[in-house]
Design a protein around this ligand. Sequence first.
Ligand SMILES: [Zn+2]
Length: 64
Amino acid sequence: MSVAALNRTLEQELLALLRGASLECLVCGEFVLHGNGCVACPECGAQFGPAAADTGALLQLQTG
Ligand SMILES: [Zn+2]
């Protein structure tokens, strides 16, 4: 799979996540929590938001 194809897949997964169509964390696969227009994973601390999708930065990770 090419990098572009992988990015495309991640983008689709991210959009599904933000729409609420998917509830699995893209990083660890645990259930995520929705709130304030973004999605956060309580398990690994990853946060996914519309801003990240708009700027092309697919994953906005905030750890710790
Ligand atoms: Zn996670």
